[in-house]
Design a protein around this ligand. Structure first.
Ligand code: ATP
Ligand code: MG
Length: 155
């Protein structure tokens, strides 16, 4: 990957464009809040791939008529994007395994949603290639939050 100065809100907009069809099919809403312009050191296409995978999961693993919320903000070191859904959630005993290749939680498998279980393994790999971090928090029946931290580009 090649790292350049990239504006996170541009990544978000591309991710939203690429998931419009999924959102409309399920009557869902996406709300996005960009607190401030954040520039990170990233590879545009790879960051879009990260954003897309997380948005697709948020949509796939949520019931119809719920909202996915995307937030962009920063701290001293990282540009951060947060993707929060009101979906089925992931239980504590499985959350440590979701970044493994081919791992899918039973409920997802039985939904027959056609995934392969590679999405999050790729996301984690790409985040690490950016020297970034990814965090997840979830509650079964309430929803899931992913935070992705990508190093800020110095101006
Ligand atoms: P694909 O390779 O098409 O992305 P996948 O979505 O099943 O397939 P991952 O994206 O790697 O694979 O996710 C792994 C598993 O983690 C999913 O099968 C699902 O069980 C669980 N998961 C991921 N994101 C969420 C989410 N937002 N809410 C609930 N469960 C999730
Ligand atoms: Mg997926």
């Amino acid at each position: 990957i090649s790292l350049q100065k990239v504006r996170l809100s541009d990544i978000l907009n591309r991710g939203l464009e690429m998931t419009t069809h999924l959102v409309e099919e399920k009557n869902m809403m996406i709300e996005s809040i960009v607190d401030e312009e954040v520039y990170v050191l990233g590879d545009t296409n790879r960051l879009i791939q990260i954003m897309m995978n997380l948005l697709a999961n948020a949509i796939n693993y949520s019931p119809e008529n719920t909202t996915v919320r995307v937030n962009i903000f920063k701290n001293q070191k990282y540009g951060i994007f947060q993707i929060r859904d009101e979906g089925i959630g992931i239980c504590e005993s499985e959350i440590n395994r979701i970044f493994e290749r081919f791992y899918r939680v039973d409920r997802a498998r039985s939904r027959n949603s056609g995934g392969t279980g590679l999405g999050l393994a790729i996301v984690k790999h790409l985040v690490e290639a950016h020297h970034g971090l990814i965090e997840v928090e979830s509650k079964v029946g309430e929803g899931t939050v992913f935070n992705v931290y990508i190093p800020i580009a110095k101006s």
